[in-house]
Design a protein around this ligand. Structure first.
Ligand code: PLP
Length: 375
């Protein structure tokens, strides 16, 4: 008998942008100059103090398992970070170090892996269309009106991918209250915290101790490839989370955890602040430049490093548009299709993970491409 794939695998969608990325790399190998605005990771290298801490640990040769929940020293640093950053008090036992943040109810558009994770665990994600009028975030009213007997929880991300928008503190608080009143779990993906350019991002723990907070060293701390993040669970879930960590990943990569110990060092934070200011300048440039050439951006993003722009004026098929744009100009962007179904064909995500000079060049090429289509 032939082995068969589980039926739920058919629900799991690929990252559509991966095909585009592969083509972009192929063109690059052929000598084409490609401007990458499709990749969701900072272009900056990992800060030097973090690299030094990781290397120092590797040099000891003692690169062994750590406790499943993570290095006690790193968990303590995270507890201290929540105290100084948000004024919230959590116990070390609530903090779980994870291999990245990758791991209900979700907004559409949203980060696509989360839906796929729920399929993997036989869950059924329910995507709720959100609009710019609500900062592309779920509200308490939407949670209430969509709730069904089998609903288990709600996931929000702020700043969000792909829109870069933040949830307002009062909206976050009422979304948590509503979910709790319905008997559901509330998950807050705060992986882009730190990368905010206007208002401060609120942490869900500022409103309730009974929430799950997902965070990571990937984006703000510039550690995507080190694969280290963290999860804060409500006190009643500590035992269950411990068992899952032991079984699913035993422990997060040891050198990465030691490296992350240097993430909160003053010299690292100074460097990260310089980078945040640079990201803000790029955001301001691209936000204006895209609108000048005809893209519609309903709300100015205040976080992460993404702009979700409406391209309906140029096409009804942003997927094809992105592929044609790459072939014709060497500018790589992500089509909306990767982030949901609601109007996705009218949107493109631009990641400003490249210096302003390259963004200027990308906008010029975009302008020429659009003019060429008109002619
Ligand atoms: C909203 C969001 N959550 C989670 C992740 C996962 O990041 P990592 O696993 O690198 O921490 C990403 C990555 O792009 C993201 O955009």
């Amino acid at each position: 008998m032939e082995a068969k794939l589980a039926r739920r695998m058919s629900c799991i969608s690929p990252f559509y942008v991966m095909a585009l990325l592969a083509r972009a790399k192929e063109l690059e190998q052929q000598g084409r100059d490609i401007i990458h605005l499709e990749i969701g990771e900072p272009d900056f290298p990992t800060p030097a103090p973090i690299i030094a801490a990781g290397l120092e640990q590797i040099a000891t040769g003692q690169v062994k398992y750590t406790p499943a929940a993570g290095l006690p020293a790193l968990r303590e640093k995270i507890v201290a970070f929540y105290q100084t950053q948000y004024g919230v008090c959590i116990a070390k036992e609530q903090v779980f170090i994870t291999p990245g943040a990758s791991g209900a109810f979700m907004a559409d558009p949203c980060y696509p892996c989360n839906s796929n994770f729920s399929y993997l665990f036989n869950g059924q994600p329910q995507l709720i269309p959100v609009t710019a009028a609500d900062d592309y975030q779920l509200t308490a009213a939407q949670i209430q009106s969509h709730w069904q007997a089998h609903s288990k929880g709600v996931l929000i991300a702020s700043p969000a991918n792909p829109t870069g928008t933040l949830i307002k503190p009062a909206v976050l608080e009422s979304a948590i209250d509503q979910t709790t009143a319905l008997g559901g779990c509330f998950f807050s993906d705060e992986i882009y915290h730190g990368l905010v350019y206007g208002q401060q991002a609120s942490c869900a723990l500022q409103f309730s101790q009974e929430v799950f907070v997902i965070n990571s060293f990937s984006k703000y701390f510039g550690m995507t490839g080190w694969r280290v993040g963290w999860l804060i669970v409500p006190p009643a879930f500590i035992g269950a989370a411990e068992k899952l960590a032991q079984n699913i990943f035993i422990s997060t990569a040891t050198a990465s955890q030691y490296a992350a110990l240097a993430a909160f060092a003053p010299e690292t934070l100074q460097e990260l602040e310089r980078r945040r200011i640079e990201f803000a300048a790029r955001r301001d440039f691209l936000y204006q430049a895209l609108q000048e050439i005809g893209f519609k951006i309903a709300i100015k993003p205040e976080g992460a490093f993404y702009i979700y722009a409406n391209c309906q004026q140029f096409t009804d098929d942003s997927f094809q548009f992105a592929h044609d744009l790459l072939e014709a100009t060497g500018v790589a962007v992500t089509p909306g299709k990767d982030f949901g179904q609601h109007n996705a064909q009218h949107y493109l995500r631009f990641a400003y993970t490249t210096p302003i000079a390259r963004l200027q060049e990308a906008v010029q090429r975009l302008q020429q491409f659009i003019n060429g289509r008109k002619g």
